[in-house]
Design a protein around this ligand. Structure first.
Ligand SMILES: *[C@@H]1O[C@H](CO)[C@@H](O)[C@H](O)[C@H]1NC(C)=O
Ligand SMILES: *[C@@H]1O[C@H](CO)[C@@H](O)[C@H](O)[C@H]1NC(C)=O
Ligand SMILES: *[C@@H]1O[C@H](CO)[C@@H](O)[C@H](O)[C@H]1NC(C)=O
Ligand SMILES: *[C@@H]1O[C@H](CO)[C@@H](O)[C@H](O)[C@H]1NC(C)=O
Ligand SMILES: *[C@@H]1O[C@H](CO)[C@@H](O)[C@H](O)[C@H]1NC(C)=O
Ligand SMILES: *[C@@H]1O[C@H](CO)[C@@H](O)[C@H](O)[C@H]1NC(C)=O
Ligand SMILES: *[C@@H]1O[C@H](CO)[C@@H](O)[C@H](O)[C@H]1NC(C)=O
Ligand SMILES: *[C@@H]1O[C@H](CO)[C@@H](O)[C@H](O)[C@H]1NC(C)=O
Ligand SMILES: *[C@@H]1O[C@H](CO)[C@@H](O)[C@H](O)[C@H]1NC(C)=O
Length: 578
């Protein structure tokens, strides 16, 4: 049965329609209508429970020995002693005494929020516990050969599902004031729509209450890439326009339950990235007829509509909530002063930040360069849709890790925009980390596993000015993820060498100084979230890329503060008004 169903679903290329049966998730039957589109068409019905979904699409998962919610272990005071000073005056003075004096022109206002972020699939583990349904990431990590370079999964991750009390207590002990996390949609709705899993809501209730108990402000993201598998296999996930209503229904469940305790909300995380995952690997999910290059933009279109619905639902529940899109990008530096490079820079803004920020902040519609391309295969937004999308981000919540030099393609822009086979089509701009001398990089490199990421904090003030001037966010700008992969950190095997992370430490210090500079010049920055609370599953890089300000021993699930954790908090100790 399992085998024949699999062969129908994956090899036959037959459209699959799964619709949930709204009863208790762990025993719910799913009615699956399998309809062939060929001449020998047939219809059959198969009942699938949550367990069946796991068995059919994912297979066995790993579990950890701590598998019930645990009370926090006391945090040893020795682990709260800051590291020895990492900084020395610039070469060549050679003085061994730090000269870091406070700049009296800088300050973070009292209500500036600073915290750390994590995301459900990357940290929770306990993937099958308490009724969670599979997400596309359970399939990508378990079934798709070499999708994750290390063959690792999120089955256990940081075991946050059971150890969150300790995790929150540790943040409070360090002096971190805000914790931003995402909800697992397929925990709350194992089939992505319909049936609601009360155990999952109870769990997140307690995560939120634990934050409040420790004086840590919870911030919640509804969607951080872990799409319920059933939605992907029913209508192609974000490629299907049904997603807007399903996302809205999920958002409504969440807002109704948690709006009274959580003020800051993010609807979707980094749509450029998760829409860029389309096309998904072939043969593991429902087939789609949308051409591969168009898929990210069809996804983006549905994301905007879904986001707008969720925004308006939140506002109808409580109009005071802060609800925003969470986008990503970086500053775009024109590599030479040629007009072609200037045009390339504009294309880069349009295809990255502008893709989602123009519709939500400016006019409900795409930037013109993007629209020229999209209108060849997507319907224009109706006036009503534009109206519902415009103005639906209360703050500019941006994940801004780095910057890039931008230049025209070697062929020129026109030869690219007119040629859909061009390697840079449809964006038609090129990027590099090297200055025009082709010798020096923009800044110190992160880990080789993240070639997109160099420290480029010098450009942060210009970037913040650009965001404020271009998109004019009413509620200001928040840097909702920033951080760096300490080079070769995964190769370090002894604790003492892991815990001192100088590149990450200087990144946080210099980035926050850059924010202070921009703020002293009138840019309204309202908060920052360091990525990440601790080392976690870095998606297709597995655990080999480290972004944590805490180290986690994956054998024991013990947590340890790294030097960067102290550097981060220290900047606020020094500069935030009491
Ligand atoms: C849901 O499943 C149960 C048990 O299989 C069945 O009795 C019931 O009729 C189904 N409900 C719907 C609406 O399909
Ligand atoms: C929970 O972990 C214990 C060991 O600590 C193990 O004996 C038990 O089987 C686990 N339970 C589940 C449901 O994984
Ligand atoms: C991952 O698994 C595939 C298939 O079993 C194997 O070919 C590959 O070598 C594995 N990669 C690593 C890093 O273990
Ligand atoms: C609405 O949200 C605001 C801001 O988060 C909060 O102060 C207020 O208590 C909320 N109102 C209700 C009825 O929950
Ligand atoms: C979009 O909303 C902004 C305010 O949020 C407003 O200034 C602008 O006129 C609106 N644009 C359109 C096309 O409705
Ligand atoms: C993009 O830039 C790199 C150099 O940074 C160059 O090697 C490559 O040929 C360029 N690609 C195109 C398509 O212009
Ligand atoms: C379009 O781009 C492809 C890939 O770079 C190239 O082989 C082809 O010659 C280009 N076609 C034209 C008309 O320039
Ligand atoms: C992680 O824990 C294991 C088991 O106690 C231990 O052998 C290993 O040395 C620890 N790793 C580090 C880096 O401390
Ligand atoms: C202090 O901050 C101001 C405003 O950002 C800046 O102009 C000045 O150079 C800074 N002074 C030092 C010593 O860094």
């Amino acid at each position: 049965m399992a085998v024949s169903l699999l062969s129908i679903l994956f090899l036959g290329g037959i459209p699959v329609a799964l619709s949930q049966n709204a009863t208790v998730p762990s025993t719910t039957a799913v009615s699956a209508s399998l309809t062939s589109s060929g001449s020998a068409s047939f219809v059959t019905n198969v009942d699938l429970s949550v367990d069946d979904l796991w068995d059919l699409y994912v297979g066995p998962v790993a579990t950890f020995s701590i598998n019930t919610t645990v009370e926090p272990t006391p945090i040893p005071s020795s682990s709260l002693i800051p590291p020895p000073t990492l900084y020395y005056p610039p070469f060549p003075t050679g003085q061994q005494v730090p000269l870091q004096s406070k700049n009296e022109s800088w300050k973070f206002p009292k209500d500036f929020w600073y915290g750390v972020a994590g995301a459900a699939y990357q940290i929770e583990g306990a993937v099958k516990a308490e009724g969670r349904g599979p997400s596309i990431w359970d399939v990508l990590t378990h079934r798709v050969v070499n999708y994750v370079t290390t063959n690792e999964t999120g089955d256990i991750a940081d075991n946050n599902y059971y150890q969150y009390k300790e995790d929150i207590a540790r943040l409070a002990a360090l002096g971190i004031k805000t914790y931003s996390f995402s909800l697992s949609w397929s925990r709350i709705q194992p089939f992505g729509s319909g049936a609601v899993n009360e155990q999952a809501l109870k769990h997140y209730d307690d995560v939120i209450d634990t934050c409040l108990e420790y004086g840590v402000t919870p911030q919640v993201t509804l969607y951080h890439w872990d799409l319920p598998l059933v939605l992907q296999n029913t209508y192609g996930g974000w490629l299907g326009d049904q997603i807007a209503d399903d996302f809205a229904a999920y958002a409504e469940i969440v807002f109704n339950r948690f709006a009274s305790k959580v003020h800051y909300w993010f609807t979707v995380n980094e749509p450029i990235v998760f829409c860029g995952f389309y096309p998904l690997p072939e043969n593991y999910f429902k087939k789609t007829s949308t051409p591969p290059k168009q898929q990210p933009y069809v996804c983006g279109h549905n994301v905007l509509l879904a986001h707008a619905k969720a925004y308006h639902i939140a506002k109808s529940v409580n109009s005071s909530l802060s609800v925003s899109f969470k986008t990503n990008g970086g500053y775009k530096i024109q590599r030479t002063d040629s007009s072609a490079d200037a045009e390339a820079v504009q294309r880069a803004w349009d295809f990255q930040e502008g893709w989602f920020a123009n519709p939500t902040f400016i006019n409900g519609d795409y930037p013109s360069t993007l629209k020229t391309y999209l209108s060849t295969f997507l319907p224009d937004f109706t006036e009503e849709q534009k109206k519902s999308i415009n103005g639906t981000s209360d703050i500019f919540a941006h994940d801004a890790y780095t910057s890039d030099f931008i230049m025209a393609p070697d062929s020129g822009i026109e030869a690219c925009t007119s040629n859909s086979s061009h390697s840079l089509y449809p964006q038609c701009y090129n990027t590099t980390k090297l200055y025009a001398n082709n010798y020096w990089a923009i800044g110190p490199a992160g880990d080789p596993g993240t070639p997109w990421l160099n420290k480029a904090t010098d450009w942060v003030p210009a970037f913040l000015h650009y965001m404020q001037d271009t998109w004019k966010p009413k509620g200001g700008i928040a840097i909702t993820e920033f951080g760096i992969s300490e080079p070769y950190e995964a190769l370090r095997k002894d604790l003492a060498s892991i815990l001192i992370d100088p590149i990450r430490s200087s990144y946080y210090r210099d980035y926050l100084e850059a924010i202070l500079i921009a703020m002293s010049e009138g840019v309204n920055v309202v908060g920052t979230l360091a990525w990440s609370i601790y080392d976690n599953l870095e998606w297709s890089s597995g655990y080999s890329i480290k972004f944590g300000i805490q180290y986690v021993n994956m054998t024991t699930q013990e947590r340890y503060f790294k030097a960067s954790a102290f550097e981060y908090v220290n900047m606020f100790n020094v500069y935030q008004e009491k």
